[in-house]
Design a binder for this molecule. Structure first.
Ligand code: FE
Length: 160
């Protein structure tokens, strides 16, 4: 029976692939790490859905969409500074949009949730999902559009 060793090899290869994927996706250590129960008790329902379940709020529903005040947008999960109001612009998409972020606190990942690869943006301190990056941003600056859920952010006005 030659088929058994081949089957065993296949099973081994598949299990290696599963292991290496789970390492990339879930085993990354973040400075801020909490159990799902802790996140659930600290975050609003919508913030939990966005940050911890990679959900997306409905367009034009987020409270920071039209915010034009000066200040810093921090992570709603861990308070890491993520976006400066200087770089917020009106994209018309229905979500807060920035042409750049505070790079040291951002992590770029790829998600295939809707069938093709998109550049996912996450908080580099807690791993919370923020939104996505597209290349249809302002051509006169970076060309980037960081499309971010309001529920992933807390706005801290400049004078506080
Ligand atoms: Fe965070």
């Amino acid at each position: 029976m030659r088929i058994i060793p081949i089957l065993l090899l296949l099973i081994y290869l598949v299990s290696c692939k599963v292991k290496s994927q789970s390492k990339n996706k879930h085993d990354k250590k973040y400075d801020v790490s909490k159990t799902e129960d802790e996140w659930k008790s600290e975050l609003s329902k919508m913030s939990y859905y966005v940050l911890r379940e990679a959900g997306t709020e409905r367009a034009f529903t987020g409270i920071l969409n039209y915010n034009k005040k000066k200040g810093i947008y921090v992570c709603a999960g861990c308070k890491a500074p993520l976006y400066d109001s200087k770089y917020k612009y009106e994209s018309g998409s229905g979500w807060p949009s920035f042409d750049r972020g505070i790079e040291e606190n951002l992590e770029y990942d790829v998600d295939y949730k809707i069938g093709y690869p998109r550049s996912e943006l996450k908080c580099n301190k807690c791993g919370g999902h923020l939104g996505h990056m597209f290349n249809d941003g302002p051509k006169n600056t970076t060309g980037q559009r960081h499309c971010i859920n309001s529920a992933a952010l807390i706005f801290v006005p400049a004078n506080e």
